[in-house]
Ligand binder design. Structure first.
Ligand code: F6R
Length: 610
């Protein structure tokens, strides 16, 4: 996830900016750069790779000047490279940007027709050109030109802008991506996250969507996109630097659980056409030929990504009516799996580097199958081996236990299922529109769930002494039961099993007694009546029932010991929601046990061995 830092004051800006960027390193990045105004002109230094490469470039070309902006880039549009690194400059205007410009193709085309040539593949460079054009067309100040440019832009952004002609100003703007303004001594700072400015000030303003701020030494004035002045309250932040990295949360995992609404929104952004009930194929790495030319779909993945793939399989069969198989990377790679040329293999891997999944991809590719990668890391091994790539835009996940990457993978897989259904004529535009609309509502529903975390914590407090926990679910809730069990076992070291609720009577029912907590996913969906039957069977054997149920389901009070409530939601988007209380439950159990939640024993974030 990209990072922004800006500084205007009396000290040399470059080291302050690079230091701020270093505080954002935990977000992950592939390149970095700074633009410094030396009083006469703007000079830019950029480098591929880690900040030490930028440090080295700055020793070869030291930048003087007390005003500047800097950026760490996590590639979304255009591969990681020095040319695509920010800042981008056009007509004396330098821009750094976080977020995604949705209408970048239209704007790029329009600018090209006016004779603009681009030096990068990024959507950000478009903003620099739009601001430069607004200045040429008569805008008097940088903030006025930025406002004019942003009125053309759709999507999410946080921006910091410098202009040759204004050595004493930085303009910062926010819409959909966070940006804070910090009040230093005789200096102003801006940053995409609190740690970027925390060593210089604890007094900050959090810009709101649609705000533009003009920063000069010791002064900040804010206006809206329409040019109306606004005041935003100044807040004092008492976080320690370590707390700041974790956004004030105790662990990265908890922070990442709370980042899920944003991860889903970013993954869906600019990829769906709600009006025509469709998904843009080029945005998700698919073509109509791939969608209609495949006779079966094969999903391979490991661990949590495999659980996402299981739900993807159900969606693909339901919406695109094409046979879809799912297998573990390790199993596919190590047996005589049969692939055909007209297979579409979807490899789901947040890291894009998992050895076992790579093995499966190699096998399918050798047989001539077409490969679609779903990954969170641009240009990682699996996308590089694939015919098309669909990137989840969850930002770096630091906690070893995957949370936001899982739900972002689900959003990505639902986009694939809708696209396949539309191209294969098994899904009407109206039905697809309904599903996509429901997908855009997930972030708000997730926020509602996250607001109930205190109740989940109180339930978790009663599970800390459990030695075994059973998770049950049917249909779309079955893979979520598996995921709930995996989360609990990997971070709390409590033995947990996920089972299809319908399988309970074929064995696991023997385990049930008054000492066994049983988490049952029983939202109001097509499987509700059957799952309720299983719940009653558990209750009849004195199991401790923790139900995940839909708000308003009064019958639950009579049968469950604890109820974790879901908002009402579309049946197809439910898995993205039902998993959230399960993530919280495992988190609170492990945290209460004092375990190393972010780095559980024996586990690695990326498994590059067999
Ligand atoms: C569990 C977890 C792992 C990964 C698995 C695959 O919380 O994170 O099970 O899902 O190691 O990793 P990726 O998705 O990187 O291929």
């Amino acid at each position: 996830m990209c990072g922004i830092v800006g500084y205007i004051g009396s000290e040399t800006a470059a080291p302050i900016i690079v230091d701020g960027l270093r505080k954002l390193e935990y977000r992950g990045y592939d390149s970095a750069g700074v633009a410094i105004h030396d009083g006469g002109k703007i000079e830019v230094v950029r480098a591929m790779g880690k900040l030490r490469a930028l440090d080295e470039a700055l020793t070869h070309k030291p930048l003087e000047g007390t005003v500047g902006i800097g950026h760490t880039r996590w590639a979304t549009h255009g591969r990681p490279s020095e040319e695509n690194a920010h800042p981008h400059v056009a007509g004396g205007v330098a821009v750094v940007h976080n977020g995604i410009i949705e209408n970048h193709t239209t704007l790029r085309h329009e600018l090209q027709q006016k004779g603009v040539t681009f030096s990068s593949d990024t959507d950000t460079e478009i903003v620099a050109h739009l601001i430069a054009h607004a200045l040429e067309d008569g805008a008097k100040t940088l903030i006025e030109a930025t406002r004019t440019a942003l009125q053309r832009v759709e999507g999410a952004y946080a921006l910091a802008v410098l202009w040759d002609e204004h050595p004493d100003k930085i303009v910062a703007a926010r819409h959909g991506s966070p940006l804070v303004v910090g009040f230093g001594e005789e200096a102003m700072l801006c940053g995409s996250d609190i740690p970027a400015v925390l060593s210089h000030t604890r007094d900050m303003i959090f810009l709101e969507d649609g705000d533009l701020a003009e920063l000069s030494p010791g002064k900040c004035s804010i206006q809206t996109l329409k040019g109306n002045p606004v005041e935003r309250p100044k807040k004092r932040i008492d976080w320690s630097p370590v707390m700041a990295e974790k956004g004030g949360y105790k662990h990265f995992m908890l922070k990442e659980i709370h980042e899920q609404p944003d991860a889903i929104a970013q993954t869906v952004l600019a990829r769906v056409d709600l009006e025509h009930g469709d998904v843009f194929g080029e945005e998700i790495g698919l073509t109509p030929e791939l969608a209609t030319g495949c006779r079966r779909v094969y999903i391979v993945a490991c661990g949590t990504s495999h659980h996402a793939g299981q739900i993807g399989r159900y969606w693909i069969e339901e919406l695109a009516k094409v046979p879809c198989f799912i297998e573990l990377g390790s199993e596919t790679a190590n047996r005589d799996t049969v692939f055909f040329e007209d297979d579409l293999l979807i490899a789901v891997s947040q890291s894009g580097e998992t050895f076992d999944t790579i093995g499966a991809v190699k096998k399918a590719k050798a047989a001539g199958a077409k490969i679609l990668a779903i990954s969170n890391v641009m240009d990682s091994a699996i996308p590089r081996m694939s015919h098309g790539s669909l990137y989840t835009r969850a930002g770096p996940e630091i906690g070893v236990a995957s949370t936001k990457c899982f739900t972002a993978q689900l959003a990505a897989l639902l986009l694939v299922a809708v696209y396949l259904g539309r191209r294969r004529d098994t899904l009407t535009a109206e039905h697809a529109g309904e599903i996509l609309q429901a997908l855009t509502e997930v972030p708000a529903q997730m926020n509602e769930l996250l607001d109930d975390r205190d109740y989940v914590r109180s339930v978790a407090m009663q599970m800390t002494h459990a030695t075994d926990v059973l998770f049950l679910g049917r249909g779309y809730s079955f893979p979520i039961a598996l995921e709930g069990a995996l989360k609990l076992k990997e971070i709390s070291y409590i033995h947990a099993e996920g089972y299809a609720a319908g399988e309970m009577k074929h064995g696991p029912i023997a385990l049930i007694d008054e000492g066994l907590p049983v988490v049952i996913l029983c939202p109001k969906d097509d499987s509700y009546d059957k799952t309720l039957g299983n719940l009653n069977e558990v209750r009849a054997r004195d199991g401790q029932v923790i139900a995940i149920a839909t708000k308003g389901d009064e019958a639950m009070h009579d049968v469950a010991h604890h109820i974790l409530w879901m908002p009402e939601a579309h049946p197809l988007t439910l898995p993205m929601l039902t998993v959230v209380p399960l993530q919280l439950l495992s988190y609170y159990v492990a945290s209460k046990k004092g375990l190393d939640v972010d780095q559980p024993r024996n586990l690695a974030k990326t498994v590059t061995v067999e």
